[in-house]
Design a protein around this ligand. Structure first.
Ligand SMILES: [Zn+2]
Ligand SMILES: [Zn+2]
Length: 382
């Protein structure tokens, strides 16, 4: 299902500023509040999820920029820079349970992104990276270099944001919480502290490299070892290789999501492989040998006489290694008997003679399928 445009979801223009985005979100969150939608709670929940997702993206300058440039694709693939983080959907009830008897600012502190009650140490975000592999790479395993845009701890100040500990003071406006309460109409809205920008601390002599952030944006190259037997949907976790944490907190993890590209010859089914083997009518009738592909090269396959289309030949151990047990899957070759084309006049003559000889036998004993078909037809017509 195609996703709706985030701006459309919030009913705003592309040039809407932060205030307008927040306003639209608040209006829609109220509209789809479960208390106001007792009769169609499920529908309201769906709508609300859409609204929440759109808001989470557009309210985050980094994600908004990625969305403006790449659209929804920015959050589907792991390689679109700032869009590397997936959207985390929360349950409707979880979110609104906060509401009951509470004030509206709860909802913002829950998922406004910046409204942290504690501005101290925050663990870095997990990152997701999608790696595309050929079937051969997935089957044998491979080591790949990947480039991941991320935040890393500043090496000048070691994440402290300054060189001297005495240069760090608690923010006097928010008293270290990083947030301040603002009155907006009926609602008390929690906002990022404008003095310390949500960090809870003021740095007198900020580090020249990271400007007091404690971390710098950087593309890091990682070596990922992919084990033999992986398939689309498998995930490899690289512990601590996600974004650096803030204020000395641990880094997030990097999840490498495997995607195996379709192969022109083989179709994969778990540890087994399937492929179609075209066989000409002469070999199909008389028997013979054909060359068939396997992941480890070509092998010769003996075709017995009287082979029909659809007959399956199993090549043991020519499939894919199981990721867990290490046992090998099999390769199934499906025979496809082919009608000859582009015939020379001599070939046509030979076939004609063969055809006449086959038709001469009224019992169709050379054509088992045709024989049973004729029998059924006889029954059907009387
Ligand atoms: Zn620094
Ligand atoms: Zn502050």
């Amino acid at each position: 299902m195609a996703k709706k445009d985030y701006y459309e979801v919030l009913g705003i223009n592309k040039d809407a500023d932060e205030r307008e985005i927040k306003k639209a979100y608040k209006r829609l969150a109220m509209k789809y509040h479960p208390d106001k939608n007792q009769d169609n709670k499920a529908e309201a929940e769906e709508k609300f999820k859409e609204v929440k997702e759109a808001y989470e993206i557009l309210n985050d300058p980094e994600k908004k920029a990625a969305y403006d440039q790449y659209g929804h694709a920015a959050f589907e693939q792991g390689n679109a820079g700032a869009g590397a983080r997936g959207y985390s959907g929360g349950s409707f009830d979880d979110i609104f349970s906060q509401f009951n008897g509470g004030s509206f600012d709860d909802i913002f502190s829950q998922f406004g992104g910046r409204g942290r009650a504690q501005a101290a140490a925050t663990r870095g975000n997990d990152l997701q990276y999608t790696i595309s592999l050929s079937l051969e790479e997935a089957a044998t395993g491979v080591t790949k270099q990947i480039k991941v845009p991320t935040w890393t701890t500043c090496d000048v100040c070691h994440g402290q944001g300054t060189k001297k500990a005495s240069d760090i003071e608690t923010c006097t406006l928010c008293h270290g919480s990083g947030v301040v309460q603002m009155q907006q109409g009926f609602f008390a809205v929690q906002q990022e502290c404008p003095t310390c920008h949500g960090r809870g601390k003021i740095i007198k002599n900020p580090c020249p490299k990271c400007h007091g952030e404690g971390r710098v944006q950087k593309t890091k190259t990682l070596s990922v070892t992919i084990p033999a037997g992986v398939d689309t949907g498998n995930r490899i976790r690289l512990s601590g290789e996600g974004e650096a944490g803030r204020n000395g907190a641990p880094a997030g993890d990097l999840y490498v999501q495997v995607q195996v590209k379709p192969n022109p010859i083989f179709e994969r089914d778990g540890v087994n492989l399937h492929c179609e083997i075209p066989i000409n009518i002469a070999i199909a009738a008389l028997g013979g040998e054909v060359e068939v592909p396997t992941l480890s090269g070509k092998v010769s396959l003996k075709i017995p006489s009287e082979t029909q289309t659809g007959k399956t030949f199993r090549l043991r151990g020519k499939g894919i290694k199981s990721l867990r047990g290490g046992t090998m899957g099999d390769l199934y070759c499906h025979a496809l008997v082919e009608t000859p084309v582009n015939l020379t006049s001599k070939q046509k003559q030979l076939l004609k003679e063969l055809g006449e000889s086959l038709s001469a036998d009224k019992n169709a004993k050379h054509s088992p399928k045709q024989k049973s078909f004729l029998d059924k037809m006889k029954k059907f017509f009387g």
